[in-house]
Write a protein that binds this ligand. Structure first.
Ligand code: SF4
Ligand code: FES
Length: 241
């Protein structure tokens, strides 16, 4: 197989390098594919399904599917954008995402992708889960109600911080983020606010204490820029646009 080639991204001839996934090749060419559980520095996880595209007519996850020569990828079609909108609506209905009251508002990828997809309601009945807040750590807290189980913190803590602070327990609607400590509390774990795992949450589930409004709402990354043009979320609510 040649080292380089071309594929078709929404009808546009687009270069790729052998071994790239669709999302990698698209990003390298400046095309945004919505995603939540993917970050380029980690192996793909494939759980959120937001990066779904059609490749040669078949639905697949762009963060997993390798590009092949001449592949025809559809991404921004009404059908696929509609599917992605339903995925985001499900995530909103499954958790407690009250954007106007959330300290991550304006820096949250879930909120930003909802704007990008033109989501105006949640479509599904809200489940209003009642999961506890873990404020046991001196510098960082976990709001489990906002966790979308993307496992970015799990991968970061395991693969980069080498601490394995986070994991996911249970399946389906019973799945939830757990902390590896004797009490199950973050404050009793090896977690530090300087860990990479503290920087990767795409929503407001792992957030710093005492820094929530260092940058006022209205001056944050996605307050004025579509996620399609400004990319993944900054490390925390302390980062300006
Ligand atoms: S806490 Fe954040 S990074 Fe960790 S699984 Fe939940 S949403 Fe993903
Ligand atoms: S970004 Fe591909 S499945 Fe989540």
């Amino acid at each position: 197989m040649a080292d380089k080639g071309h594929f078709w991204f929404d009808g546009a001839p687009t270069p790729f390098v052998a071994g790239q996934t669709i999302i990698q090749a698209a990003a390298a060419a400046g095309h945004y594919i919505p995603h939540l559980c993917y970050r380029p520095e980690f192996p793909p996880h494939g759980s959120c399904k937001l990066c779904s595209v059609k490749a040669n007519g078949k639905f697949t996850s762009a963060c997993f599917e390798p590009v092949t020569e001449g592949m025809k990828v559809e991404s921004e079609t009404p059908e696929i954008q509609g599917y992605r909108k339903r995925v985001v609506q499900m995530l909103f209905a499954e958790g407690n995402h009250y954007c106007p009251f959330c300290q991550q508002s304006g820096n949250c990828q879930l909120q930003a992708v909802a704007y990008h997809l033109g989501m105006e309601d949640t479509h599904y009945a809200h489940q209003y889960p009642r999961r506890e807040l873990d404020a046991s750590h001196p510098d960082t807290m976990i709001d489990h109600d906002r966790c979308i189980l993307c496992e970015l913190c799990v991968r970061a803590s395991r693969d980069v911080d080498h601490k394995e602070v986070f994991g996911v327990s249970g399946r389906g609607i019973h799945a939830r983020l757990v902390v590896n400590s004797a009490t199950g509390l973050l404050g009793d774990s090896r977690f530090s606010a300087s860990d990479v795992a503290a920087q990767v949450c795409p929503v407001g589930a792992i957030v710093p204490k005492r820094a929530a409004f260092a940058v006022p709402i209205g001056q944050r990354r996605y307050d004025h820029h579509d996620i399609g043009e400004s990319g993944d979320a900054p490390p925390s609510a302390t980062s300006p646009e």
